[in-house]
Ligand binder design. Structure first.
Ligand SMILES: C=C(O[C@@H]1C=C(C(=O)O)C=C[C@H]1O)C(=O)O
Length: 361
């Protein structure tokens, strides 16, 4: 009896021949672009162009492929294109299998090279020294708020935020010791905090110990009797330590926002899809004038520029002196944004542009 799958598979084979041909022809064009970029000093990774490609293919899609699947495929196609233009090295907060590693792969795909770096400030340094092309760092979590080391890193650095990526975070309790005998839980402070209620319920007497990263916690737990780590399941697999409990985060839609940092700024995507991040200090104005916070936000409001985040951090220069981290909708090059920032500079001693980047992807 003839196999009914056979003729359909032959059609699939014919499509695959086509696809491989088309992919190679697309990648050859990217290689040509790469040559031109090298001769003109252009950027290899261009987030605003990638955003336009994602939008274009999503608009073309009539199914049955889901947009998410199409975008994942295009992520890899563009990753392969980048690799043909120039081998890029992406520094992430390591060790291997941290959430930042997963976010880096989500953003840059499988064809670029990755380097695990121990601390956020070392990531800034690696890029400043040209030891890596881009860095990826966690900036804020939907349950726990901002990552302070990341915000502080931007104050002293001239690197730019060139792109962002969101990743849903699902924590696992990882240990070779059964739950009832666990007396120490290691993880990054942010991850411990995201599982506070679960820990209170299941391990109320365990000692909670902060580590430099979630994957580092798994390394420690692996060799410490009675110890567990909170990290991604992937970290458990990579290091061969059993998962004791899955999805232990207190909020189900627990999501972390990561920034991609590089030496040169991204161009605009337009259509209200750019975000600009700034750090602003009011200086003596704050002490002298009780309305100064409002005054800081007015230049944006008056021009219809939407404010999506304001976060304050102690300046560490004087007590009760603050730096404000502000996200607004639009690109630094937009005329209204330029005007708003110029106005802000009239009364703020510090207005630092951290970067403008596409809001999604
Ligand atoms: C090919 C380019 O370089 C990279 C690869 C892209 C692609 O494959 O479409 C898009 C943007 C860049 O990150 C380009 O800049 O157009």
């Amino acid at each position: 009896m003839s196999d009914p799958l056979q003729p359909i598979r032959e059609q699939i084979d014919a499509h695959d021949r086509h696809l491989v041909e088309l992919l190679n022809s697309r990648l050859a064009l990217a290689a040509e672009i790469g040559k031109l970029k090298r001769s003109t000093g252009g950027q290899i990774y261009v987030p605003e162009r990638e955003d336009a490609v994602f939008r274009k293919v999503t608009a073309l899609n009539q199914g049955p492929i889901k947009n998410e699947a199409l975008q994942a495929i295009y992520r890899e196609i563009m990753s392969a294109a980048i690799a043909l233009e120039k081998p890029l090295l992406i520094a992430y907060l390591g060790p291997e299998a941290t959430y930042t590693h997963a976010a880096a792969i989500k953003k840059f795909g499988a064809s670029v090279d990755y380097s695990a770096i121990a601390t956020i400030s070392d990531i800034f340094t690696a890029i400043e020294k040209g030891e890596a092309d881009y860095g990826i760092i966690p900036i804020e979590n939907s349950t726990e708020g901002s990552v302070r080391e990341a915000l502080d890193g931007f104050v002293d650095s001239d690197l730019k935020v060139v792109a962002q990526v969101y990743l849903e975070i699902n924590h696992a309790l990882i240990s070779s010791t059964p739950l009832a005998q666990i007396d120490k839980v290691y993880s990054k402070d942010q991850a411990l905090a995201q599982c506070r209620a679960w820990l209170q319920r299941h391990l109320p007497h365990a000692q909670l110990i902060d580590t430099a990263s979630t994957a580092k916690a798994v390394q420690i737990a692996k060799d410490t009797p009675g110890a567990a780590a909170i990290a991604a399941e992937l970290a458990a697999q990579v290091q061969g330590v059993p998962v004791v409990a899955k999805n232990i985060q207190d909020q189900n839609d627990n999501t972390t926002r990561f920034f991609v940092v590089g030496k040169r700024p991204s161009g605009p995507v337009g259509g209200g899809r750019d975000i600009t991040s700034l750090v602003v200090s009011l200086g003596d104005e704050a002490a002298a004038n009780s309305g100064s916070l409002l005054k800081m936000l007015m230049p944006f409001g008056q021009r219809g520029i939407n404010l999506s985040k304001v976060e304050s951090r102690p300046s560490k220069k004087r007590p009760w002196d603050y730096l404000f981290f502000i996200d607004v909708t639009g690109h630094y090059e937009d005329p209204a944004m330029k005007e708003a920032i110029a106005e802000l500079r009239k009364f703020c001693p510090l207005v630092k542009w951290l970067g403008s980047y596409p809001s999604v992807q």
